[in-house]
Design a protein around this ligand. Structure first.
Ligand SMILES: Cc1cc2nc3c(=O)[nH]c(=O)nc-3n(C[C@H](O)[C@H](O)[C@H](O)COP(=O)(O)O)c2cc1C
Length: 200
């Protein structure tokens, strides 16, 4: 059965608009493509720690030489990567925080970007090693940024996912969520339309 990994990244977990829209997307996707196993990782309630020098160094220590602390650090990264590698489809619920991605997601990215495991460098540049077929990003923002240089999220997320081998990346946006009740309604309506199109 197809496996979907659902990463929710908002401070507000299941109550977040991004999480709720992503859930609607996953339901719509299953309506079109058939039932899937959904693995939900909520990065607010299960936060990944910041990458530190010690954690980063642990990734390079051969398994037999690791201290118990290094083994635990690597085990977390390995588990996150195994979960991601097992996914056919990745769905990310992505609010904009202070003009960027939530720090929960950045910490996650810092633990799944592992040289020789999720990417490697060759004479012709980097090669991604993850077999995930497709990623869908459901982005919520208080303001409106799509198509402007202030949309730092779209190129960053696309670049990172491409880097680890996930080439097909699609976005749906709810923009203007903080621009009054009418702006919020319009944002949600537009996002739901995009979600229906992406799910098809
Ligand atoms: C800490 C914080 C920082 C935010 N920074 C921005 C921002 O830089 N630009 C923006 O458009 N909206 C910003 N917002 C508004 C959120 O992006 C918006 O409310 C979004 O709908 C939240 O999605 P969520 O319900 O999935 O968490 C911020 C919200 C919070 C809580």
């Amino acid at each position: 059965m197809t496996q979907i990994l659902f990463l929710s990244t908002s401070l507000h977990s299941d109550a977040a608009s991004s999480s709720q829209l992503a859930t609607q997307f996953i339901e719509a996707w299953q309506g079109r493509h058939g039932p899937a196993t959904v693995v939900h990782r909520d990065l607010a309630s299960q936060p990944v720690p910041h990458l530190t020098a010690d954690r980063f160094a642990a990734f390079a220590v051969p398994a037999d030489d690791r201290t118990p602390e290094q083994a635990a650090d690597v085990a977390l990264s390995d588990a996150l990567i195994a979960e991601l590698r097992a996914a056919d489809v990745l769905v990310i619920a992505l609010p904009m925080y202070n003009f960027g991605i939530p720090s929960t997601l950045k910490a996650y990215i810092d633990h799944v970007a592992r040289a020789g495991i999720t990417f490697r460098y060759t004479e012709n540049g980097p090669v991604g090693l993850l077999p995930v077929r497709k990623a869908f990003v459901i982005a919520t923002r208080g303001g409106r940024y799509v198509g402007t240089p202030r949309d730092t999220q779209t190129p960053y997320i696309r670049e990172f996912l491409n880097f680890v081998g996930i080439d097909a990346v699609e976005f749906a946006y709810a923009e203007g969520m903080a621009m009054g009740p009418d702006g919020r309604d319009a944002a949600l309506r537009s996002a739901r339309e995009s979600i229906a199109e992406l799910a098809a």
